[in-house]
Design a protein around this ligand. Structure first.
Ligand code: TYM
Length: 489
């Protein structure tokens, strides 16, 4: 049923002489989602910014593909101080939720309309509800009492370039703790590849070198490993023509935003995360502030690109929950438009350790297969998975591990193996060798590509440099927005 407040607002502006149509769309605070669901672009829609100009509140209407030039506004109004209204001020003035602004607010005496809004015949704007927008002729805007047309906004190339498409953003990262292992590949990289090759998504993939300093590390290893991860990414098929590939530390804005985010996250919440507790156990005497801040930096990595999808293994779910909480709080307190990011799961979202206990991970020697391992090495490692001498009975953790690999690599044989296991005829060594061969077959082309990429360091430098530039362009925009909304700009 139509929101009665929307109908009321529509009638109210009709009375002012602004004929309009109400458009329904999926409920969203994200402007890109809204315009794309209406088959429009940002240049067809406008937003009303409620701002505090010295002592008075003003409304400024600008196109959604433009950024406001604060200096021009100040000059135009002859004022010294200008900032976006806080969430509380906004709600008090308009009676609406932050982010749901409408053009006409009787409590606001002055409305500036940027002249670029008039470039199109029709424009779509807010209705006070996140499920409806209002369309009308742009020239009618001047009928808003106390309004004037001014030149106060500029087309924002970066925003339009990356957001016009209405594509959903994807971000993921892997720490620089060494070359990638099979768990990283099956749980994260496969998902990263799938989304990169889906034209509906815009993908950004980084090496999380700043996260690497949250646990003990050596300088030389860190420097080497972050390059190794990029080489692994490229060898696995991540393509700099399709994805932005970069080093986290080169986009310092991630760290800045993480600090702003830390103001809405509590110490207790961070201390209770299972990932924090595990790391403290693993590195006693190294429970640093950086480690406590790990999930906040991760939230910043994702939200700085307003990414809504994150291809990672299941162990990262608690961190994504934190990212969603931070997005909600920031939107609620400061009227930002962060999406609540979801995990993109692969079939291999949890790869068990080869030792029969826990997950495959770099921190446990003998638990993992490196993507660069030879067939011999893989065979040796898979053969070492603890299995009983005889099949049958309840599956031990080692046998379960074997079946996880069989499910992933020999899916057509699994039922047969299960039957053989149950009637005690399964030959573990045969299954183990078949699994090893299948893993190696998948890794062989990767290993060949890796050698070529490793030999071309200048190509690597170019990828890293260009990736950082592209990422920075988006990240700096978000940080600027947040600073404005938090009263820091
Ligand atoms: P890291 O380096 O610990 O793990 C990298 C990725 O590999 C996945 N993974 C696994 N998946 C399945 N089975 C396993 N045994 C296994 N082991 C590791 C992890 O789930 C992860 O996807 N915090 C992240 C790094 C990061 C990040 C981000 C990720 C920093 N900022 C922003 C996404 C978005 C991590 O755990 O890295």
């Amino acid at each position: 049923m139509m929101d009665s407040k929307v109908l009321e607002y529509s009638d109210q502006i009709k009375k002012l002489g602004i004929e309009n149509t109400i458009l329904e769309h999926p409920t969203s605070k994200n402007i890109d989602e809204v315009v794309s669901s209406l088959a429009l672009t940002r240049s067809d829609s406008a937003a009303t910014l409620i701002m505090k100009a010295d002592d008075e509140f003003v409304a400024i209407i600008r196109c959604d593909d433009c950024k406001l030039d604060n200096k021009k506004v100040k000059k135009n109004l002859g004022i010294e101080n200008l900032r976006i209204a806080t969430a509380e001020e906004f709600t008090k003035l308009t009676g609406l939720q932050p982010g749901a602004a409408i053009y006409f607010n009787p409590s606001i005496k002055k409305t500036l309309i940027d002249k670029k809004v008039l470039e199109k015949e029709y424009i779509v704007g807010g209705s006070g509800s996140f499920s409806y927008s209002i369309k009308h002729k742009t020239k009618d805007l001047i009928k808003i009492p106390g309004s004037q047309i001014v030149n106060v906004a500029e087309k924002a190339l970066i925003m339009t370039e990356t957001k016009y498409s209405g594509k959903k953003r994807v971000l993921s990262g892997i720490r620089a703790t060494g070359r990638l292992h099979l768990g990283n590949y099956l749980g994260a990289v496969k998902g990263m590849l799938e989304l990169q090759n889906n034209p509906e998504y815009e993908t950004l993939y980084m090496v999380a070198d700043v996260h690497t300093i949250t646990t003990p590390f050596t300088i030389e290893e860190l420097r080497k490993n972050r390059r190794e991860v990029i080489i692994d990414y490229l060898a696995a098929g991540l393509d700099p023509e399709k994805s932005v590939i970069f080093q986290q530390s080169e986009v310092a804005q991630h760290i800045e935003l993480a600090f702003y985010f830390s103001s809405v996250a509590t110490i207790a919440r961070m201390q209770h995360l299972p990932t924090f507790k595990e790391k403290v156990k693993l590195h006693p005497g190294h429970s640093t502030m950086a480690l406590l801040n790990y999930p906040i930096l991760m939230a910043s990595d994702i939200l700085i690109y307003k990414a809504s999808l994150v291809p990672v293994g299941i162990d990262q779910e608690p961190h994504l929950e934190v990212a969603r909480e931070i997005a909600r709080k920031m939107n609620q307190f400061y009227g930002t438009d962060f999406p609540e990011p979801k995990r993109f799961a692969t079939k291999g979202e949890y790869i068990p350790s080869l030792k029969g206990e826990g997950k495959m991970g770099k921190s446990v020697e003998g638990s993992y297969i490196n993507l660069t391992d030879s067939l011999d090495e893989i065979q040796k490692k898979i053969r070492s998975v603890p299995t009983a001498t005889k099949a049958g009975g309840e599956m031990t953790p080692g046998v379960k591990t074997l079946f996880t690999f069989a499910n992933l690599y020999l899916s057509s044989e699994v039922e047969k193996y299960k039957k053989e296991f149950n009637n005690g005829t399964l030959q573990f060594v045969t299954v183990k060798d078949e699994i090893s061969e299948a893993i190696y077959k998948e890794l062989q082309p990767f290993q060949e590509r890796r050698k070529k990429i490793e030999a071309d360091q200048s190509y690597l430098n170019k990828v890293i440099k260009e990736g950082a530039e592209k990422a920075r362009a988006i990240a700096s925009q978000t940080v600027k927005e947040v600073r404005e909304k938090m009263g820091l700009l």
